[in-house]
Structure formats: C-alpha cells, structure tokens
Design a protein around this ligand. Structure first.
Ligand SMILES: Cc1cc2nc3c(=O)[nH]c(=O)nc-3n(C[C@H](O)[C@H](O)[C@H](O)COP(=O)(O)OP(=O)(O)OC[C@H]3O[C@@H](n4cnc5c(N)ncnc54)[C@H](O)[C@@H]3O)c2cc1C
Ligand SMILES: Cc1ncc(C[n+]2csc(CCOP(=O)(O)OP(=O)(O)O)c2C)c(N)n1
Ligand SMILES: [Mg+2]
Length: 627
C-alpha cells in the first residue's frame, strides 16, 4: 500500500489509490503501452549533464558525503545536473522558498514571464527548438492552473517539459487552504506523469525520474508539485543520491525494433511500385534526418511530411512532396491516395490527414514505425507495424532496402505537382497573408526558425515558407493552441540566441499571450513578430463561410488595439504595412534591427485557406482553390 505521506489529497480521499509505489502508481496512459517491448532507454532529447561541485560543510561517513541542504537547494542542484539553463516562471507564496534559493544559482537563468501560460508555452518552444527538456515554474492554485494549457499543448505534440509547482504546506493539504488546488489531479490527463513530493528525501530521485520520463520514449510533460515546507525543510542529504540510476518497473521504451518486423517492412518497400514516405514529428524528435534522407534517396521515394513533420526533410529536395491533409497541398494528398505503399515514419495518422479513415489511401499497404505501441492500429490499420525509435529503426531498415529508381512513379508525382499547383497565389492588388509569408521566406532564404499561432496564418506559414533546415518549424498541431506564437518564439529564441526567429501571429491569438511582449522587451530577445492582421478570427470565419452556411457570428474583432502603438508602449520597435509595396522594406528593417520588431501586416480579410478537405471527408471532396 502507498504510505499516506506519498499520496495526493485526492488519493487520500480514495479516488486514485493503487498498490504500486508512488513512482509507478501514476505511470499511466502512455507508459504501460510503451513498456510492451523491453529495450534500452532511448534519450532522443539528450541525457542530463553532471556538473562538478565543491562542497562545504559536508561530513564524510565512509564513502558517503552527507551535507545539510534545503529542499530548494536540492531542486536547484538537481536542475543543474539535468543540464537546465533556462527556467520560465513566475513566483507566488507557495513557491517562494524555492525562489529564495534560486537567486543563488546563476547557472539557472530565470525568465520572469507575465502569465504562467507564457511560461509553459515558452518551455514547450524551448524544448522543441533545443531538443532538451524545457522547464517552467509556478506557484500553487491559479499559478499552477495557468500552466495547464501549455502542458496540454506539450502533451498533444510530445514535447518534453518539466513543470515545477509550489503547493500549500503538507499539513494544510486537503483543507482548502489559501491557493490550494489539487494540481496533480487536475493535470492527470495532460501530463505523461506527475508527482506530489511529500518527503524532502524523495526530491532528488523524483526530479531525476521526472526528467528521464519527460525526455525518454515518446516525450511529454511531467509535473512535480512540491509543498512549500518541503522546499524549505533542511535535511541531511547524501550526495550519493545523485548516482542512483533511474529504474522504473514496467517502463522500458523501445529503441531497436524486432528484426522480423524490420524485414517485413523492407520486403514491402522492395516490392512497392508507388511508395510514399509519410514523415512525421517522430523523425524530428528522433533527429533522424540523415537516415530519412538515405532511405528516400536510395529507394527514390517521394517524401510527404505531416504538418508537424515539416522540416524533417528539406523542402528544396527533389523528392520533397509537401504536406497532406485538411489544408495540405492537393498533390501531397493525391500522392498518398494513389500510392501502393505508405511508409509512415513517426506520424500518428492524425484526423487532419486521414479525414474519413475508411476512405483514407485505400489502395496502399501501410508500414507504421512508431515508438508508442498505442499508436499502432489506433486510427489506421497497418500491414507492417515496427515498434521502435525512428533513428534506430531506420538504421536497421536502410541496409535491407534495395537501391531502385521508381522513375515512372516519381514522374507521376511531379505531374501531380504540375497539375495541382497548390501554392499558387492568386493575382490581386490586395495584401494577402500568403504574400507576407512568401516574402519572409525569400528574405530569410528559408533559413530562419519559424513559429506560428493557430488559424489561417498558421496554415499559410506552413504552406508558403520554404523550410531548408532541420527542425526549424514550431507550431501547435494537436492542441491547436492560439497564443502559442509569442511565448513559444521566446523559448525558441532563448534556445538559439544566435538564430533568426520569426513568428507568424494572428491578431486573435496574439491577444491571448501578448503580455509576454514585456518579457521579450525586458530580455531584449530579437524575435521578429509578423502579425497577419485580418481583424478577425479568420479560421472561424472560414468555417462559418464554408461549413456553417455563412452564419457569421462572434468572428470579427472591431476593438483590436493599434499594435504599433502597443509595441511602442512596451518599448518594441514596430511598423504597419498595408500594401504589397511596403512589405519588403519593412521586412528588411525588421531583420536589420538588433532587437525585437513587430510588423502589423494588415491583410485582406476575405480570404480563405486552400486547398481544403472539409473535416471528416476524403480526398474526393478536396477543394483546390476558391472559385
Ligand atoms: C488549424 C489546424 C489545421 C491543421 N491541418 C493539418 C493538415 O492539413 N495536415 C497535417 O498534416 N496536419 C494538420 N494539422 C496538425 C495536426 O492536427 C497534427 O498535429 C499533425 O498532423 C500531427 O503530426 P504528427 O503525427 O507528425 O506529429 P505528432 O502528433 O507529434 O505525433 C508524432 C508521432 O511520432 C511518434 N514518435 C515520437 N517520438 C518518436 C521516436 N523517437 N521514434 C518513433 N516514433 C516517435 C509518436 O508516438 C507519435 O505517434 C493542423 C492543425 C491545426 C491546428
Ligand atoms: C485557445 C483557443 N481558443 C479557440 C480556438 C479555436 N480557433 C481556432 S483558429 C481560431 C481563430 C484564430 O484567429 P487569429 O489568431 O486571428 O488567426 P487567423 O485565423 O485570423 O489567421 C480560433 C478561435 C483555438 N484554436 N485555441
Ligand atoms: Mg485573425
């Protein structure tokens, strides 16, 4: 039975009691599935680093080095050992003991956000851009609940994030104390795992375990809730704690795949005449760019990416065939539909791609390479599942795949591109969102890191920016979180201080998190912000126009602020652009400016995103462009 002090208030109430020790009783959802096949632990997001330390005031007991440390000090030491260098957070009463320690650790840069949602979304952006675990912190109650949207965003898109929250003192838990929320209960569905640490002696092991879970296997967010008296308590701490390996019964994410599964997949590839690779976010998570390219080039297979798989494969490569689905390129969806084999590499057959699953790519056999067994046969039944980490699996698969040409099929896909030029921008004097994205793509030569919000501007960014570099596109796909654009760009910029970061923002989404303008200004983060301002919730308007019989309601913003004046109030330089002629000059000015810059592109509002496959339909209902 779980000792009383190791369970949350909800568990005490008997709601979630289980017979496993604390560390495993919440290993639910993805973890049991991942444990189906044993293997070594993959760390696609990099291992924790150990720093050398000099100790003062320590006692040597045989080989032990024991010293007095507060919970807060243990947390900071543990974070440094995990290689953390940036924390996004905002303090409050229940986490002040930890904050009073944090200042003594200059290795841990704390970025003081203006809203905790900004912290969790920035940690997500940092994680995706850096390939390391992003960290955010908040106080109990409203501070912790404000993190939730960012955690859900990270959960849906498998981003490794660790959130640390303060909790009311142990004795007060369950008493509706000031700012008490059962945050482990509340975040149960949106975290890969979470903890309430009731014993200061558990802190070091818990943090180590949390980082391990966040970054290993299929990555995801992990929350650690720490009562304020645990943060403040001083204990005899044995430094040998740091050397204890993480061991989680039943959690063994696969890396290397079963040899016979790989052989079956290779056979299907070698027999195929019209194969298409569907490369997903898993390729990026696994950093398997070279292995993907090797497979595509050796067997001459066109590569379609998912929207989250964008930048897994260079878009200027001759085999690149766009992204498919609801707002993907017509030729990509048609290539999938006409293929005789789909090689899904690290994509979860999301409904934005499959539409009606019964009518999705009916002529093809399907291979699915994924690290999470729960994804296999979940949405689409496949012929050859391969369970493992993409990079390892492709390492096994590539030597078994015969060199071939598929000349006719490649020519056919080229013809699809010519017949269905989905990226054509219609002739008009108006300033369109598509013009802006294309101009920024040309100006930056496809080399920038690109972030987006959610809506029409997101789709235009995904469609019209030509991504040349691996892992250069960061967008909320599964959760579709409006407001992602500003904090995630902050995170991406902090992960890559020397890279050019542009974020495409909606006038709607930006107003959800624009309080972080202050954080950007305060830290002089040189993020370039392109607002595609249509003075409306454009994607909502499009759905009302095309799906809800033009029943327009609650879609227009008449009270938008003057974003240029607003930028000025935050001390950020800004320009407004209202026509095509002013566009390039403003982009040049923004790029030349050594600091953040906002361009308010006032775009033609009555514009829908095409191509479009309406929700739940199939490629037969594909609408290529506005009539
Ligand atoms: C308004 C809007 C419109 C959209 N329209 C489209 C659209 O038209 N087309 C489109 O493609 N998407 C679209 N999306 C995005 C869509 O909702 C999904 O987020 C996206 O398709 C998921 O892509 P994915 O499966 O590659 O990534 P994820 O959802 O991140 O899934 C990654 C998969 O890889 C696996 N994986 C992770 N790590 C590894 C590893 N190391 N080894 C092996 N496997 C691993 C995971 O288990 C998972 O199955 C849209 C989103 C929004 C908000
Ligand atoms: C937090 C949140 N609330 C609501 C939605 C539903 N939604 C999807 S797109 C959209 C409109 C976005 O407007 P804007 O940011 O201006 O982008 P645009 O579509 O105009 O480019 C809305 C409301 C969402 N995705 N996220
Ligand atoms: Mg808008």
């Amino acid at each position: 039975m779980v000792p009383r002090e190791q369970v949350s208030s909800f568990e005490r109430a008997g709601l979630f009691l289980c017979d496993f020790p604390k560390s495993e009783c919440r290993l639910r959802k993805r973890l049991p599935f991942e444990s189906l096949k044993a293997g070594s632990h993959p760390l696609p997001y990099g291992g924790g680093q150990t720093t050398g330390e000099t100790f003062t005031g320590s006692t040597r007991l045989g080989r032990q080095v024991v010293m007095r440390k507060t919970g807060g000090q243990i947390v900071c030491d543990a974070l440094i050992r995990e290689g953390v260098d940036v924390i996004f957070g905002l303090p409050g009463g229940a986490i002040l003991p930890l904050y009073s320690t944090l200042g003594s650790y200059p290795e841990l840069r704390h970025v003081l956000v203006r809203h905790e949602e900004g912290a969790s979304l920035a940690a997500d952006g940092y994680a995706r851009a850096s390939g390391r675990v992003g960290v955010c912190m908040a106080t109990s109650g409203p501070g912790a609940t404000n993190l939730i949207t960012g955690l859900a965003t990270a959960m849906m898109d498998s981003a490794p994030v660790v959130a640390i929250t303060g909790q009311v003192g142990r004795a007060a838990i369950g008493s509706d104390a000031f700012q008490e929320t059962d945050i482990t209960g509340a975040t149960l569905p949106v975290t890969k795992h979470n903890y309430l640490v009731m014993d200061t002696r558990d802190l070091a092991a818990t943090i180590k375990e949390a980082f391990y879970i966040a970054r290993s296997g299929r990555p995801g967010p992990v929350l650690i809730d720490i009562p304020r008296d645990v943060q403040a308590e001083e204990i005899e701490f044995d430094e040998a704690e740091w050397d204890k390996p993480v061991s989680l019964r039943g959690y063994n994410p696969p890396t290397i795949a079963d040899v016979t599964d790989v052989e079956s997949a290779a056979q299907l590839i070698n027999e195929a005449e019209k194969p298409v690779i569907l490369a997903g976010h898993g390729v990026i998570i696994s950093r398997a760019y070279d292995e993907l390219r090797e497979l595509a080039e050796n067997a001459q297979i066109p590569v379609v990416t998912t929207m989250l798989g964008i930048s897994a494969f260079p878009e200027d490569h001759v085999l690149s065939a766009g992204f498919p689905g609801m707002h993907g390129m017509a030729y990509s969806s048609l290539a999938l539909d006409q293929a005789d084999l789909i090689v899904n590499i690290g994509a979860r057959f999301d409904d934005r791609i499959t539409g009606d699953t019964k009518r999705f790519a009916p002529r093809s056999k399907k291979i699915h390479i994924d690290i999470d067994p729960a994804e296999i046969n979940k949405n689409i039944k496949v012929d050859a599942p391969v369970l493992g980490d993409v990079r390892h699996v492709l390492g096994q698969l590539n030597p078994l795949v015969a060199k071939t040409t598929h000349t006719e099929w490649i020519q056919h896909v080229e013809q699809l591109k010519a017949d269905h030029p989905s990226l054509r921008i219609r002739e008009t004097e108006e300033l369109l969102g598509q013009h802006v994205v294309k101009a920024i793509s040309d100006a930056t030569n496809g080399d920038a890191l690109i972030v987006s919000g959610v809506g029409q501007h997101q789709m235009w960014a995904a469609q019209h920016y030509q991504f040349k570099n691996a892992n250069s596109w960061f967008s909320s796909g599964g959760a579709g979180t409006m407001g992602y654009e500003i904090p995630a760009a902050m995170g991406a910029q902090l992960a890559h201080p020397d890279k050019e970061v542009w974020t495409f923002a909606g006038d709607g989404g930006i107003q959800m998190t624009l309080s972080e303008f202050a954080t950007i200004a305060e830290n002089n983060l040189p993020v370039k912000i392109a607002i595609l301002n249509n003075n409306m919730l454009g994607m909502i308007t499009q759905w009302q126009d095309m799906v809800f019989d033009k029943n327009f309601y609650a879609n227009t913003y008449t009270g938008n602020p003057d974003f240029v004046k607003l930028a000025d109030a935050y001390g950020i330089q800004a320009r407004r652009v209202t026509n095509q002629d002013e566009m390039e000059g403003a982009i040049r000015e923004a790029r030349a400016h050594d600091g953040p810059f906002i361009i308010d592109f006032v775009i033609y509002a009555d514009e829908n995103v095409f191509p479009m496959i309406p929700s739940g339909q199939s490629v037969e209902q594909l609408i290529e462009e506005s009539l």
